[in-house]
Ligand binder design. Structure first.
Ligand SMILES: Cc1cc2nc3c(=O)[nH]c(=O)nc-3n(C[C@H](O)[C@H](O)[C@H](O)COP(=O)(O)OP(=O)(O)OC[C@H]3O[C@@H](n4cnc5c(N)ncnc54)[C@H](O)[C@@H]3O)c2cc1C
Ligand code: SF4
Length: 564
């Protein structure tokens, strides 16, 4: 391939500016490294580009989604399930979806900010129940980094002393909303504990950022920078050090290597110019999101690395997982016509339910937590999900408007988010014949849930229906059957895809060591969700941030010692 030769050799080249890449860039620039960051998407700044204070009714679309703004036209995430010119394929019989962002900050411009630490058991599940694999590190290895992430980024929550839900360094949580209190009361009556959420939104001024003013619009990006996005909390200060060169619209193609088998840099497509370029660096850090990092390695083939880079074990692309998800929405008649009151708060629920049961007494391994929703959000397109389904819904003109007023805020939903166990049927590989618009071979997915996940989804459905019944509510959809997979979401759909370049102590069964450094290529690291060995019943991003911080610090230390 021909590309323009670059003279400058950076200390580190990072690919991707989401949670992992942003943290790696922040840590390494603070440590004084000269860093270049390649980001496939365009520039974005929440302080100026966010639509935080826009009413949905200001637009003829009423805030409805578009192909590029899946979650609404004012949403902060540019990307989607389906990117122009960037396909992926599925093996026959496979259902799998892949949500990608293309912008500075990646998916952290929209994400739900649910920021849960993995617990001590989550790193050693195989030792506990014999399934999957243990991590090569323990909770105590990561705890100091979780603490640092808490202090730097800011998170609210409450101290609960639960065995596998470690407390963090929390700012005060906001008070529960009315509907959240009703859910909590009903949940506790059926034996499910409900506690304050743990979200990376600052409820007090923190590190020169103002406290949240409770506009509830986090998914649009925060103009006051009161929630976490990689864009404004990590990349912006990294740029201020003067040590970071951020190259946007730069789609990495492959990692280049020299005769000794060391990484020398990354080739990328300059999307604006339509030209291939190469950036040189002493260390390469992949953080393009778990599956895209696996793709980059699989595409970095050479005579020396015929199976792709860092893949002598053959595990790159394997052991991929997503969070399990199944949900129930309920209409709560006693919440109709309620006294109008202010339910403003953070852009997310103020309460949640961590896993509370003992799997030894259940017919499935591993747990799930419950995310809740409902209340008086800003109405927009698709509001109430079809008013004709409600007893007083439908009609025209004044009757319809009255029905909307009556029903506003009279529904709740409960969503399970659980742990999947990696299995041999879930993996990605390079499609032998399909390439993207730049000629880069694309991923082909294979996916099959096991009975563990289906049984867990059944338990979610039964539990959520019991809570809604306890609230005196009505569920419109019947209990999904075994044939319907108990409502288990399609793989990838929960957007917590992890693994694909897993870490481990044994180079025969893992691609990275306990520091996320490639066993085969000592100056190559991975800093997103790809190194994860298991999923846990927690959302992954707080662990991606902690792990990326640890990896960045390790690189800085090895460079100081002259070992990189
Ligand atoms: C709707 C939604 C809600 C979510 N809610 C939560 C939540 O509440 N809690 C939680 O923990 N997680 C949540 N997540 C998941 C969270 O967003 C991800 O875990 C996190 O962003 C992953 O970080 P990352 O750095 O691995 O990847 P990303 O944030 O996806 O960033 C990857 C970046 O790499 C760039 N890139 C990709 N390929 C290339 C290439 N070849 N060359 C150059 N650049 C490239 C992309 O453009 C992107 O900017 C949510 C996600 C979504 C979409
Ligand atoms: S709810 Fe708070 S953190 Fe979220 S966008 Fe509004 S002010 Fe920012």
């Amino acid at each position: 391939m021909r590309f323009l030769p670059q003279q400058k050799v950076y200390d580190v080249c990072i690919v991707g500016s989401g949670a992992g890449g942003g943290m790696a860039a922040w840590v390494l620039t603070q440590a004084g490294a000269d860093v270049v960051l390649l980001e496939a998407g365009g520039p974005w700044d929440n302080a100026t580009d966010s639509a935080m204070l826009t009413w949905n009714y200001e637009s003829p679309r009423r805030g409805g989604g578009t192909r590029e703004r899946q979650w609404g036209e004012f949403d902060g995430c540019i990307g989607g399930w389906d990117l122009d010119g960037e396909p992926f394929t599925r093996a026959p019989g496979t259902s799998f979806d892949w949500f990608r962002a293309r912008m500075v900050g990646g998916r952290t411009n929209h994400w739900g900010r649910i920021s849960l630490r993995f617990g001590p058991y989550d790193f050693r599940r195989k030792s506990i129940d014999g399934l999957g694999d243990d991590w090569p590190i323990a909770y105590d290895d990561l705890k100091p980094y979780y603490d640092r992430v808490d202090r730097l980024v800011g998170i609210f929550g409450s101290r609960e002393n639960l065995p596998n839900e470690p407390d963090g360094i929390f700012l005060p949580p906001p008070k529960p909303r009315c509907y959240e209190l009703l859910i909590k009361q009903a949940a506790e009556r059926v034996g499910v504990p409900c506690i304050p959420s743990r979200l990376s939104i600052i409820t007090r001024p923190h590190n020169d950022r103002p406290a949240c003013h409770y506009c509830g619009q986090c998914n649009r990006g925060c103009r006051t920078n009161s929630n976490f996005s990689s864009t404004n909390v990590l990349i912006a200060p990294a740029l201020e050090t003067g040590k970071l060169a951020l190259i946007t619209n730069a789609m990495a193609r492959e990692v280049t290597t020299d005769r000794a088998g060391l990484a020398t840099g990354v080739t990328y497509v300059d999307k604006a110019a339509g030209a291939d370029r190469h950036v040189r660096a002493r260390v390469v850090v992949l953080a393009a999101s778990a599956l895209e990092s696996a793709r980059l390695l699989l595409n970095s083939r050479s005579t020396r690395f015929p199976q792709g880079l860092a893949n002598s074990s053959g595990v790159v692309g394997r052991y991929i997982t997503d969070t399990t998800g199944s949900g129930v929405t309920g209409f709560i008649p006693k919440m109709m016509d309620h006294v109008v009151h202010n339910e403003d708060g953070v852009g997310g629920a103020h309460l949640y339910m961590p896993w509370w049961l003992d799997n030894r007494k259940l017919d499935f391994p591993r747990g799930y937590h419950i995310e809740i929703g409902g209340g008086l959000h800003m109405p927009g397109a698709g509001f109430l999900g079809g008013i004709h389904r409600y007893p007083v819904g439908g009609g025209y003109g004044t009757t319809l408007k009255d029905a909307y007023r009556q029903l506003f805020g009279a529904y709740v939903y409960l969503d399970g988010r659980g742990e999947m166990i990696p299995n041999d049927d879930c993996y990605c590989e390079i499609d032998p014949s399909v390439v993207d618009r730049w000629g880069i071979p694309v991923l082909r997915f294979h996916w099959k849930w096991s009975d563990h996940e289906y049984r867990q989804a059944k338990h979610m459905q039964e539990t959520f229906r019991a809570i809604i019944a306890e609230m005196g509510g009505q569920v419109f959809s019947p209990m999904p059957t075994a044939e319907q997979g108990y409502g288990l979401a399609t793989g990838g759909r929960i957007i917590h895809e992890l693994g694909g370049v897993r870490m481990g102590s044994d180079p025969k069964t893992s691609a990275l060591d306990a520091w996320c450094q490639a066993h085969d290529v000592k100056n190559l690291f991975v800093a997103d969700g790809a190194p994860f060995v298991t999923q846990a019943d927690k959302n992954p991003t707080w662990t991606i941030l902690a792990l990326a911080w640890r990896t960045g610090e390790r690189i800085a230390e090895l460079r100081r010692k002259g070992e990189l």
